[in-house]
Design a protein around this ligand. Structure first.
Ligand code: FES
Length: 103
């Protein structure tokens, strides 16, 4: 069964920034990149890195632990040492808030 979670106001996150949200047993990173919003798990798949503390350039997030990189649009690994893709979440269209669908 799917449900929706309201994460934040879009105005909470400046362009090029990331906000960590703890909600419903999930630790998420919400990105405002290139005029759009994206949501992934906050925890790097390689280790203890918190991606919301990483470096965002365009659609690429670089973990500040070992510099692995992911594409926030689909979670795919862009640079090692990461090998496991990042979980991404579908954003529900909403005017002012970032809302995701989780199952
Ligand atoms: S913990 Fe993120 S690259 Fe190692």
């Amino acid at each position: 069964m799917t449900k929706t979670l309201e994460l934040c106001d879009k105005s909470d996150i400046e362009e090029g920034s990331i906000l960590k949200i703890d909600i419903d047993d999930l630790e998420l990173a919400v990105y405002h990149a290139e005029g759009a919003f994206y949501v992934t798990n906050d925890l790097c798949t390689h280790g203890p890195g918190s991606l919301s503390e990483g470096y965002l350039e365009g659609h690429i997030i670089e973990c500040d632990f070992h510099n692995g990189q992911f594409d926030i649009r689909n979670g795919e690994v862009v640079a090692p040492p990461c090998v496991i893709a990042l979980t991404t979440y579908k954003i529900i269209d909403h005017d002012t808030k970032v809302v995701i669908e989780v199952s």
